[in-house]
Structure formats: structure tokens, C-alpha cells
Write a protein that binds this ligand. Structure first.
Ligand SMILES: [Zn+2]
Length: 543
């Protein structure tokens, strides 16, 4: 497509969507959200001509935005992504719909919040009646391929809907393992065919075991990663964790591959519960360890090193796309599903809705590359649920009427949109959150004895790390944020009443869930836990 034609298409997109939407509504034909009435047929009718752009979504799981140079992190972590960002709009405050993988990606691909798509715990899978981005594009004639690192992105959780090709890399779970088959698949497709490819890796997710070890903090004798393995094996064989300093155990827990030492997770959690009544109080104990600062810095350095490897994999994939001739005219999106907390609110991992866990990178490159009127950065709060409507809008298509997200195309064209709150649902974890302008509100939905935190409000403009609760000074804001959250929750639950599907038997990538530290979740699934019940964080701070 020529640049002139692209500009014309872009300029008329908003009008086009409105007209198509009006035409659609005028037909007074409800969208069928039943298995028989998959909306792909409707989109096929809506599309007057086949969309002209390939779509690529690249995801590094568990990536907090501020780890990237372009978001203020160490530039050596992300040289390739920082270069790519120069061709994109960098969304500075992108908020995922959930703080863990399954509901967050379900939101990215359906435009719905978790209570609306009803994929909220380990027993849930994406209902076949949901309309996914891949289904719409597949219905429009796209070849669709997903290349994931498994776990909650295995077929059994339902996000394979609409993908002709769905491959799960099971050896390393890293992005480069997903990229290899993606390249092979793309190479097999004629250049004249449109493609949608999703590539995903778990690189910075625990266990933090980078192939290239970073330098430890000065004066800190960092333990070798296999020291953690040795500890886990010894304890699993009948030893006790009390033989080791608390900090060593903590470091080991985050670096051990639980897939190799399956019982270690349970032993660790039992030991934690004996030390302190809650996960948060346990982490306060760790804070008192003599080497706490170095241990925390070491874990963060390992996490960053995993990002550096993933960044190189992104570079490799983008270079492939350029060589293949598919890059220039494609929509290319880089994102993550949630971040990772490093003790900002007293835990490590992603079981809460702190900003560390609820602010992710979102880089959007439009077909043809950066246009003159496209802003380099956008400070507006945007959401994971906006990704699907944005892609469809760039292709000149409306989002499903049911979608809760909205297109960010106007922002990409330098046009302001009204501010909207962005909710992050804990689902099985005990916090929900909402971000609006410079405010973040966190609601503790499950209260446990020993919790250090309850509901709280932060002014992230003045306090980006959320150190000072300002509820008392801003009762009006607090009330409004609560209202945003409860209204969104209620609206979402009303939509979600029509959806809900259970994982059929055992999931087909349970090894990954073990390896990634989701052992307890897998157990919860087996125990037939009630679908909607939230459970308290059972002390690992790691799910
Ligand atoms: Zn994830």
C-alpha cells in the first residue's frame, strides 16, 4: 500500500468505523456470541476488502516497564527494544487487566476484563464463545500462528482459538525458542498471504536463570544457580531449610527450577508459614537479613539479565521480519502481560496489583513506520483490553460490540481521547487495582490475618514507587477510584455471566506451571476449588 493510500485510510478510519458500526447497528442484528455464531462470519461481511497489513504481537512475559531503557531503566537491558521503540509510540502508562498470565492474555486477545471473559483461575479456560483477535483475523483470511512458551498459554487454556498454527516451546520457555518455529512457519507462507503471528517467551519470569550471569553487587558473593538446585535437592531428600540462612533460601527459591525439584515449593511454603503468619510478614523478616539489600539486588540483576537475552531474541525476530519483506507494512506491537514486584510492596513476584506489577511496556508501530504526526510517547493511561480494538481499527474494522477496550489509533495519530480508568483484577489473588491519571488505588479484596496492607491510594505523579498512602488527604479521590473499580467490576461480571468454561481434564503443559512456580495453582485446580473464589496468597508470593 502506498503512503498516500495509507494516509487516506488512516484519515478516514474513524469515520469508516463509525459508518460501518452504524450500518451494523442499523441492521439490528445482535452479535452472536454462541459457538454456532462465531463472529468471524460477521467480520468477513464487514470487511469490504481484505485488510492489507500483517499483524505481529511480540510478548515478553512478566516484564515491568521500567526495566527497559526506553522506560527509564538501564539501557543495556534493552538496546533492541529501545531502537524499535523509536519507530513506535511508547505508551508510558499501559495497564494490564490482570497481574498474572492467563487472564491478562485473555483480556489482550478479547478486549474484555477478566470478570467479563470469565477466565479467572486455574480451572478456567477461554470459552469458545468468546471472540478472539485471532478468530477475527482468521475469518478475514489471515494465516494465524501462535508460538508460545506454554504454561497458561498452552492449548488447554483456550487461547489457541483462531490460530491455525499453535506451537508451544517446552525446552527453555524462552522467547528465542518460540521465535525459531515462528520464523519457520512464516517462511512457509507465500508473501502474498496476510499473516497474524503472536510470539511469546517467559524469559524474566521466575526462575531467574539467565544463560549469561550478571555481575553481583560489589562485596556480595553471589551463589551459583546450581547452589540453589543443590539446596533444593538436599531438602527434598529430607534435609531442613533451617540449616540455611533465610536470605540464601529466598535467593534459592527464586532461582531454582521447580520442574526439577517438585517438592521444594511445598517444603518452602511450609517453612515460610512456620516463620510468619503471612507472606508479607515473612518478607519483612527477610528484610532484616544482614545481606537483604545485596540479595534483592542480585535477584533483580538476574531478572534484568533474562531481559537482555529476550531483547536479543526480539532483535533477531525483527531482523527476520525485515529480511522477509513483511516488516515495513505491518502492525508490530510489543507488550507484556504484567510486571514483577521486587519488594516495592513487600513481596517478590506478581500476586498483587502494585504499579511494579501493573505497568507494562506497550510499543505500537503502525504500518509504514513512524509518521510525522505520530507522537513518540503517550502519557495517557491505556489498557491491555485496548490492544484488540486498536489492531482492528488500524485494519479499518470495528471491534466487537461487546469489547470493553477502545481503539488507541487516535492517540497514535496525536489526537487526545478522554481519560479512562484502567483496572487490574487480581482474580485469584487478593488485590484489585485501578489507575486513573496520576492516581492509583489498590483494594485488598481478601483480608488475612498478618497482612501489612489494606486498601490504599497513591499519587504516582509525586510518588511513582507508591511509598506513601494518601487516602487520608484525598478522600474524594479515594471514593471516585472505588467507584471506578466497583462499577467496572459489576459491568464486567454482567458480561461474564454468559461465559465460563472449565479446563478439560489436566492441562497439557503442567510441567511448565511447575517449572514457573505455579505448583500450588495446579494443585488448586485438581482440588476443584470453587471457580470464582479468591484465595489468599498462600505465602509464596510467587504465583
Ligand atoms: Zn505472565
Amino acid at each position: 500500500m502506498s503512503i498516500v493510500r495509507w494516509i487516506l485510510v488512516a484519515a478516514t478510519t474513524a469515520l469508516g468505523v463509525t459508518l460501518v458500526g452504524s450500518w451494523f447497528l442499523a441492521r439490528n442484528e445482535p452479535l452472536e456470541y454462541t459457538a454456532e455464531g462465531k463472529a468471524r462470519r460477521l467480520w468477513h461481511r464487514l470487511a469490504r476488502e481484505a485488510p492489507a497489513h500483517d499483524v505481529f504481537v511480540i510478548a515478553i512475559d512478566t516484564l515491568r516497564a521500567d526495566a527497559l531503557g526506553v522506560y527509564g531503566g538501564d539501557p543495556s537491558n534493552s538496546p533492541a527494544l529501545d531502537r524499535f521503540a523509536a519507530e513506535c509510540t511508547v505508551f508510558e502508562e499501559a495497564v494490564p487487566a490482570a497481574c498474572w498470565t492467563l487472564p491478562s492474555f485473555s483480556s489482550i486477545f478479547t478486549g474484555l476484563y477478566p470478570p467479563a471473559h470469565a477466565v479467572e483461575d486455574d480451572e478456567s479456560k477461554a470459552d469458545d464463545r468468546l471472540i478472539t483477535l485471532a478468530e477475527i483475523l482468521s475469518g478475514l483470511g489471515y494465516r494465524t500462528g501462535a508460538f508460545t512458551a506454554g504454561g497458561y498459554l498452552a492449548e488447554s487454556f483456550g487461547l489457541d482459538q483462531g490460530f491455525d498454527e499453535f506451537k508451544v516451546g517446552k525446552k527453555t520457555r524462552l522467547l528465542d525458542e518460540s521465535i525459531a518455529p515462528a520464523k519457520e512457519w512464516l517462511s512457509s507462507i507465500d508473501r502474498s498471504e496476510r499473516v497474524f503471528a503472536f510470539v511469546h517467551g517467559f524469559d524474566p519470569h521466575r526462575p531467574y536463570r539467565p544463560a549469561t550471569l550478571p555481575s553481583p553487587p560489589a562485596g556480595y558473593a553471589a551463589p551459583a544457580l546450581d547452589a540453589g538446585d543443590a539446596m533444593a535437592e538436599r531438602v527434598t531428600a529430607g534435609g531442613t531449610l533451617d540449616e540455611f540462612p533465610l536470605g540464601d533460601v529466598k535467593v534459592a527459591y527464586h532461582t531454582v527450577d521447580l520442574g526439577r525439584t517438585r517438592d521444594f515449593d511445598e517444603i518452602y511454603r511450609t517453612w515460610m508459614r512456620a516463620k510468619a503468619p503471612s507472606s508479607e510478614q515473612f518478607h519483612q523478616l527477610w528484610k532484616q537479613s544482614p545481606r537483604f539489600s545485596d540479595e534483592l539486588a542480585w535477584l533483580r540483576a538476574l531478572y534484568d539479565a533474562e531481559l537482555r537475552a529476550a531483547d536479543a531474541a526480539v532483535e533477531d525476530f525483527l531482523a527476520f521480519l525485515r529480511r522477509s519483506g513483511r516488516y515495513d507494512d505491518a502492525i508490530v506491537i510489543f507488550l507484556s502481560d504484567h510486571g514483577e514486584q521486587f519488594m516495592e510492596h513487600s513481596t517478590i513476584g506478581h500476586t498483587r496489583t502494585s504499579r511494579a506489577e501493573s505497568r507494562v511496556p506497550l510499543l505500537v508501530r503502525l504500518p509504514g513506520g513512524k509518521r510525522a504526526d505520530q507522537p513518540a510517547r503517550c502519557a495517557e493511561v491505556v489498557r491491555g483490553i485496548d490492544v484488540m480494538p486498536t489492531v482492528l481499527d488500524v485494519l479499518g474494522l470495528p471491534a466487537p460490540a461487546i469489547a470493553q477496550g477502545r481503539s488507541l489509533l487516535p492517540l497514535l495519530q496525536g489526537v487526545d481521547l478522554p481519560d479512562l480508568p484502567a483496572c487490574t483484577f487480581g482474580t485469584k489473588y487478593p488485590e484489585d487495582g485501578v489507575t486513573f491519571r496520576n492516581w492509583r488505588f489498590i483494594e485488598r479484596t481478601v483480608k488475612e490475618e498478618g497482612d501489612l496492607f489494606g486498601d490504599r491510594l497513591y499519587d504516582i505523579g509525586a510518588d511513582p514507587n507508591e511509598a506513601r498512602d494518601v487516602t487520608a488527604e484525598h478522600a474524594d479521590v479515594d471514593a471516585r477510584m472505588r467507584a471506578f473499580l466497583s462499577t467496572t467490576r459489576a459491568e464486567s461480571e454482567a458480561i461474564g455471566a454468559q461465559f465460563g468454561a472449565a479446563v478439560d481434564g489436566s492441562n497439557d503443559d503442567e510441567d511448565a506451571l511447575t517449572q514457573l512456580g505455579y505448583v500450588g495453582d495446579a494443585e488448586a485446580k485438581k482440588s476443584k476449588k470453587s471457580k470464582k473464589a479468591k484465595r489468599p496468597d498462600n505465602s509464596t508470593g510467587e504465583r
